[in-house]
Design a protein around this ligand. Structure first.
Ligand code: NI
Length: 464
């Protein structure tokens, strides 16, 4: 028994605590440290940050928080490592099985893997140059956080170890792969949870079966061959969730409105602060690009939303208009494009928006969203993935796409699309012009728009 394990034994709760969860029924807490991490202010803050950002403008049920998801990833990990301890505990250093003394480390990493997320992370990062992965590391390792203080009960090195699991540098690859790989506790939880709250069935798969067939093997994580269809179903679910939920054009249109709104706010406070009625307050350190960890931890969705409501009353017409659009779900409209046509179409839109009185800097944007549902290992490939491997009863290893025709058809193929976003008023303006009076730019925009609606081959192109 190593030191951490001995300390963890001493800290075991005399009575297990549970949190009721709509996806996993009960989340079981057996350790004082897990309970204390949940009770920190940095973790409680995740209650006020939505997991899916602007997706709830399309799927109104999807209002769940990063708090929910983090607990779910913890619970899936806990179920896996409990099973590993029962069935696959390592007996000697060379058997490639599960090292039971890693339990607390992997549970803490699972619980804290998203701790650095802020409000509307993706968009906020682009405007204010924050980085949620770096912030996750900082929150865990900085002596000024409550999380760090709790983790240090297991020794001064323990926070760094937890951080190294999350940034994938920890030496035991089994521990890393449980949190981040092509089939990990993080992805399993967000697919099930996002599907549940969005009210769609695409993301569902048989997690009970996956938790039965997952196993440590040869110092990696693998799956019993008999579970191939459950793993296959998970990959298909992932593919469909990206296409139907995560890449929904309206949610992305709202993300573009938000990005313009934050960019305009930054412009206004930096260029004519004297004309602003809303005090700059908690955003000041970010606008001045002089923020500290504690400034970041003061932000959440409710703080930003309150700014948006105040900005409605600002004299700056663009700022007030964008705030109105964001608060009232006036999403930007989009046209599907591709790499060949994108530049020309963008110029046409720019010209027409300018004529219609919209500043293209805030009212025209590109959104490209792509995902790779699964890939097998490719040596010499940048960003090569660890493939999903199945183990037969006789101990042979097979890569998933070799035996699943469905996964084979998705493997290595990126799906998604390029879209150009702008206010819907432009369409209203263009559709009023008689067809014989359209100029070349206007015709190009309308043809691109009609193509998307009428042409099946365009839809095919979008997906492959
Ligand atoms: Ni996550």
């Amino acid at each position: 028994m190593n030191r951490i394990e001995a300390l963890a034994q001493k800290e075991k709760l005399s009575r297990e605590k549970v949190f009721r969860d709509p996806v996993h029924d009960y989340i079981h807490i057996q350790d004082q440290m897990i309970l204390d991490l949940i009770d920190t202010k940095e973790f409680q803050r995740l209650r006020r940050i939505k997991q899916l950002g602007t997706s709830s403008y399309t799927f109104h049920g999807a209002e769940h928080s990063r708090f929910n998801h983090s607990l779910g990833v913890y619970e899936i990990t806990r179920r896996i490592v409990d099973k590993f301890a029962r069935s696959y505990a390592s007996q000697d250093p060379y058997d490639g099985l599960w090292q039971t003394q890693e339990r607390m480390l992997v549970l803490c990493a699972a619980l804290l893997h998203d701790i650095g997320h802020g409000p509307f992370s993706h968009t906020f990062e682009q405007i204010f140059h924050t980085d949620h992965e770096a912030l996750t590391q900082a929150i865990i390792t900085s002596p000024e956080t409550e999380i760090n203080r709790v983790l240090r009960r297991f020794g001064d090195e323990f926070p760094l170890k937890v951080a190294s699991v999350i940034n994938k540098t920890y030496e035991n690859k089994q521990v890393v792969q449980l949190i981040s790989s092509q089939l990990d506790a993080d992805r399993m939880d967000y697919l099930l949870r996002d599907a549940y709250y969005a009210g769609v069935s695409y993301g569902t798969f048989d997690i009970t079966r996956i938790l039965r067939v997952i196993r440590p093997f040869n110092k990696q994580i693998a799956f019993d061959f008999s579970g191939m269809h459950a793993v296959e179903d998970y990959i298909i679910s992932r593919y469909q969730m990206y296409m139907q939920v995560y890449f929904h054009p309206v949610s992305r249109g709202m993300e573009e409105v938000l990005q313009s709104l934050l960019a305009r706010a930054k412009h206004c406070y930096l260029n004519h602060p004297d004309k602003m009625k809303t005090p700059i307050g908690l955003l000041e350190p970010f606008l001045m690009n002089k923020w500290q960890l504690q400034d970041y931890l003061s932000l959440d969705d409710t703080i930003l939303s309150s700014y948006f409501t105040h900005w409605l009353r600002e004299d700056d017409a663009i700022l007030a208009d964008l705030a109105y659009r964001f608060l009232n779900r006036k999403s930007f409209k989009s046209i599907l494009t591709n790499n060949d046509e994108k530049n020309q179409l963008e110029i046409a839109l720019r010209n027409e928006l300018f004529k219609a009185g919209f500043d293209p800097k805030y009212y025209l944007s590109e959104n490209s969203s792509f995902d790779l549902p699964y890939d097998y290992y490719r040596p010499n490939h940048s960003n090569s993935k660890i493939q999903i491997e199945l183990v037969t009863k006789t101990g042979q290893v097979v890569e998933l796409s070799q035996v699943s025709a469905l996964v084979h058809s998705l493997a290595g193929k990126t799906n998604g699309d390029h879209r150009l976003y702008f206010p819907r008023e432009l369409f209203e303006f263009l559709y009023q012009i008689p067809a014989d009076q359209l100029n070349e730019d206007q015709r190009m925009i309308l043809v691109a728009h009609a193509n998307e609606r009428n042409d099946v081959t365009h839809i095919q192109q979008r997906l492959f």
